[in-house]
Design a protein around this ligand. Structure first.
Ligand code: ADP
Ligand code: MG
Length: 226
């Protein structure tokens, strides 16, 4: 079966003033199967965001290949990379990045309409998603009227509303207190498992990562299975 995400011999280094450069990803390999949830555990500065940006086609590696669902996007033109990013990849960050002027349900309707879904169908699936994470009663609230945990739950829904094949989450509970983080992560895991999508979830919390199918550590540019 084709892997949903495949990183093959991917390297990334940054120039930090001549002649210095730091190698953040050193020839790494990663395969994520359909429905698999991978926890990426590493301390701050280890390269988690760099890896997720490259996997999500937001940045290019210096070497190696990035394949989504069997297609190598490394050398394809920007419009092709943007197209697959919009259709097949969902992102969640530490901060929710919801549109402040719009309600929770509108924040879930807009990305669907941008993908060609009509308003009424978009509204229906937005409300269904909110209901599935217990937020029906907050549908008409703006982000500022939601708690941190609720904002993050809406951000998960937004990342999933167009049914991507791959979810990339960069410390998605990093701004929450430990108890809320655990609850919110369970909700995310349920959503991912129900839809059968694949995910890579970066965290520096080992306890949270234990809920995932496998755990990888990223240190000194190398990826190892824990
Ligand atoms: P993490 O997400 O694990 O905290 P990052 O991927 O953000 O780590 O960063 C990994 C390393 O790469 C850090 O040392 C950081 O300073 C460096 N880095 C990240 N982005 C850049 C950049 N655009 N230019 C130079 N160095 C960078
Ligand atoms: Mg980071």
């Amino acid at each position: 079966m084709t892997n949903v995400l495949s990183l093959i011999n991917v390297s990334k280094s940054y120039k930090t003033g001549k002649p210095n450069q730091i190698t953040v990803l050193d020839n790494i390999n990663l395969q994520v199967k359909k429905g698999e949830v991978v926890g990426l555990i590493a301390p701050s500065g280890a390269g988690k965001s760099t890896l997720l940006h490259i996997a999500g086609l937001l940045d290019l590696p210096n070497g190696g290949e990035v394949m989504i669902d069997g297609v190598d996007y490394t050398n394809l033109p920007d419009f092709k990379r943007t197209q697959v990013r919009r259709q097949d990849i969902g992102f969640v960050y530490q901060f929710h990045h919801l549109l402040p002027e719009f309600t929770a349900v509108e924040n879930l309707i807009l990305p669907q309409m941008a993908n060609g879904v009509n308003y009424f169908k978009a509204e229906r699936s937005a409300l269904e998603l909110l209901s599935s994470i217990g937020l029906s009663s907050r549908a008409t609230h703006r982000p500022a009227e939601l708690s941190g945990g609720e904002q993050q739950r809406v951000a998960f829904c937004r990342a999933m509303v167009n049914s991507p094949k791959l979810l990339l989450a960069d410390e998605p509970t990093g701004n929450l207190d430990p108890e809320t983080a655990e609850r919110v992560l369970s909700i995310l895991m349920n959503l991912v498992n129900e839809t059968g999508m694949s995910a890579v979830i970066a965290t520096h919390n080992h306890e949270l990562a234990k809920k995932m199918d496998c755990q990888l550590s990223l240190r000194q540019g190398k990826l190892t299975r824990l």
